[in-house]
Design a protein around this ligand. Structure first.
Ligand code: ATP
Ligand code: MG
Length: 697
């Protein structure tokens, strides 16, 4: 048999804390590489699971695999997502503590796949609830619907989630799933009207065109060919080899029924999807006074019907802007460019509000039907967070700014919770805490979110000066306000050395994961996210029941400015952090092995970046600050008792005393280990390896 040592050489260690040279990034990556080569995609950093996307079906998520990981101790089986799933579930059952599994990683790293596997694990292995067994199906079926409307093919991922998702699964006191709730974050709505080369719009459009019945398409006034729609041709890639739109359509149609959509609601929903496509094909021509006129009557006719809005109202709204001056309403005509802008803004608003409505509708369907019964109060919750990872592109804009801010917040929470749980464990075990040096990224969070002085505040302030403020005045104000901040830089503030790499319309943030340069173009507009008043009015008059729920008249009379996008996002993040803080955390860190979506390729440069962005070295350092390894006395004794005549075959006394006898016999030096209340703590991996190797002899 292969000795443990040579096996370690070949497949690496299954927990990074056992790396001898734990501060070396090279050693870390080498360990990942070895395991990846052997199709071992999972490795721990203590309780954190690191996962590398294999880009192939490894057949490791079967029912047998689920059974294998049920009820066993985390460290006694090879690392696996199901071990995380089961550990969280058992803590939820036995300690009745809410759990949260946070899944992070860059686009294409496998977050959504992991979320789906986790849900499947719970759906298949948990007992069925006494009543309302349908909730299991609903939990599973909500996913294809959300993906159809919120996912798209991008250059990085053929099924990229273009929104952040947090999902709660509620369990009753018997551990059966009885309900759920979803929170969604920042849908990338710009995709509705524009896609980069090689990318697509949201899946639902192609699914409907490919799979929709003749009758349906006729009603909606749609042609099958995606090339007919301007909103679908920009990326020039309607067909994707890994995607079967026709099949997916069937799945989505069925799923809609499972999550309680009536036939009428499906019709209303599809009317909206179709109306977005028609909107995209609305053309304008300029009259003698350069004012925009709608030239595509047919599209307007379908829009009128599908949205249930008067044709004349819609026509006027698309070509005019209503201004209220001194209490009087004035209609000011739009030129071609402004009309196209208004049209696109409407398409984005219609789509993104429909998405929000969809999430609310799914939530009603997932709401526990037992909400009124006493057992409801004793439910526990397991949350799954599938949210965008750190993003650095060639050109980074407002969206990346929001996403990276979100990652700063989650990193902060991670550090806080990890340090706290380490400290708590030391305390519980009666072992002296040895302070850990770590980088606290609170300073960057503050830079972004602080009242008055933070970047978001300054951006909001500029958004309050329409007509005067521009993206560049925003940048100037930033320069004035945060010029001495160690994590902030602009062209003006940079010294000779760094100035070259910074453009004039840019600012740079030194994130915990590295530097990112943001281009301010579009910041004000995206943060304001205004829809012209008459477009809103038109939509408020819609007779499509979904639209009339999405556009409420109270919006028109509301004197208060709606919160800006960044502020809304900030508040939803603060809420998310509170939710997560109230739960016991588990972490899955996903890594993408290459940019080609190919199996077997381990691109070291790419992976090194991710190890950095995910803060894995820092994580390992905190975990290894004191002791590499800790195990319950019972488990330790059980495994190694054969190495000592006094503990073999049975140790009759307390396990702790048995372990004391055992390690003395093995010659552990006092500085190598500590005895806690229930666990032994071993400082260096080599001590453990020597013991492990002794087993093999
Ligand atoms: P995004 O941020 O773009 O939404 P993501 O992290 O959610 O990305 P996924 O959609 O989960 O990425 O994964 C991308 C693709 O990688 C999947 O469609 C699948 O083909 C493959 N993949 C991911 N995880 C696994 C896995 N565990 N086993 C096999 N294939 C996987
Ligand atoms: Mg995803």
């Amino acid at each position: 048999m292969e000795s443990a040592l040579t096996a370690r050489d070949r497949v690496g260690v299954q927990d990074f804390v056992l790396l001898e040279n734990f501060t070396s990034e090279a050693a870390f990556i080498e360990n990942l590489r070895r395991r990846f080569r052997e199709n071992l995609i999972y490795t721990y950093i203590g309780p954190v699971l690191v996962s590398v996307n294999p880009y192939r079906d490894l057949q490791i998520y079967s029912r047998q695999h689920m059974e294998r990981y049920r009820g066993v101790s985390f460290y006694e089986v090879p690392p696996h997502l199901f071990a995380v799933a089961d550990t969280a579930y058992r803590a939820l059952r036995t300690e009745r503590r809410d759990q949260a599994v946070m899944i992070s990683g860059e686009s294409g790293a496998g977050k959504t796949e992991a979320t789906k596997r986790l849900l499947q694990f719970y759906a298949e292995t948990c007992p069925a609830p006494e009543r309302g067994g349908a909730v299991r199906d609903r939990l599973l079926q909500s996913n294809p619907v959300l993906e159809a409307f919120g996912n798209a093919k991008t250059l990085r991922n053929d099924n990229s989630s273009r929104f952040g998702k947090y999902m709660d699964v509620q369990f009753d006191f018997k551990g059966a799933p009885v309900g759920g709730h979803i929170l969604s974050y920042l849908l990338e709505k710009s995709r509705v009207v524009h896609q980069n080369h090689g990318e697509r719009n949201f899946h639902i459009f192609y699914q409907l065109l490919e799979g929709g019945e003749e009758e349906t398409l006729r009603r909606l006034g749609l042609e099958r060919n995606p090339q007919s729609y301007l909103y679908l041709v920009k990326g020039q890639c309607a067909k994707v080899s890994s995607i079967n739109d026709k099949n997916d359509w069937k799945v989505v149609r069925k799923a809609l029924t499972v999550i309680d959509f009536t036939e009428d609601e499906v019709e209303d929903l599809l009317s909206i999807v179709a109306s977005v496509l028609h909107l995209g094909n609305i053309h304008f021509a300029a009259d003698e006074e350069s004012n925009a006129q709608v030239t595509t009557e047919n599209q307007l006719k379908y829009l009128t019907r599908l949205l249930g809005v008067e044709g004349s109202t819609l026509r006027e709204a698309l070509t005019h802007r209503k201004i209220i001056a001194k209490g009087e309403e004035l209609l000011s005509p739009l030129n071609l460019e402004q009309a196209a802008y208004a049209r696109d803004a409407l398409a984005k608003a219609v789509y993104s509000r429909t998405f929000t409505w969809l999430v609310a509708k799914i939530n009603r369907s997932l709401a526990s039907k037992d909400a009124e019964s006493p057992s409801w109060r004793s439910t526990t919750v397991l949350g799954l967070l599938d949210i965008y990872g750190f993003e650095v592109f060639q050109n980074n804009s407002f969206e990346q700014f929001c996403i990276n801010y979100c990652n700063e917040k989650l990193q902060q929470l991670f550090i806080e919770l990890t340090l706290k749980s380490e400290q708590e464990e030391y305390e519980a075990e009666g072992i002296a805490w040895e302070p850990v040096q770590y980088f606290n990224n609170k300073i960057i969070c503050d830079l972004v979110e602080e009242k008055f002085k933070g970047i978001i505040s300054i951006l909001d302030e500029e958004c309050l000066r329409p007509g005067e403020a521009t993206d560049l005045t925003f940048l100037e104000k930033l320069e004035d306000t945060v010029k001495h901040h160690p994590h902030f830089l602009t062209h003006k503030l940079a010294d000779q050395r760094t100035r070259k790499s910074l453009g004039r319309g840019e600012f740079r943030l030194l994130h915990y994961a590295g530097e990112v340069t943001y281009n301010v173009t579009g910041f004000l507009d995206k943060n304001n996210d205004l829809l012209f008043r008459n477009l809103k009015e038109a939509m408020c008059s819609s007779e499509n029941p979904i639209m009339s729920q999405c556009f409420d008249r109270s919006e028109l009379s509301d004197k208060k400015r709606p919160e800006t996008v960044a502020t809304q996002f900030k508040m939803s993040l603060l809420q998310l952090v509170e939710i997560l803080k109230s739960k016991e955390p588990a972490y899955v860190r996903c890594i993408k092995p290459n940019d080609a979506k190919q199996p077997g390729r381990f691109d070291e440069v790419l992976i090194r970046h991710q190890v950095k962005y995910l803060g894995l070295m820092e994580n390992l350092r905190v975990r290894r600050a004191g002791f590499a390894y800790r195990r319950k006395y019972e488990a330790f004794l059980q495994r190694y008792k054969s190495l000592c005549p006094e503990t073999w075959p049975i140790w009759a006394g307390r396990p702790q005393d048995g372990v004391a006898v055992l390690v003395r016999h093995l010659g552990y030096k006092p500085e190598e280990y500590k005895m806690g209340r229930t666990k032994i703590f071993i400082r260096f991996p080599k001590t453990l390896f020597a013991t492990e190797d002794a087993l093999e002899v």
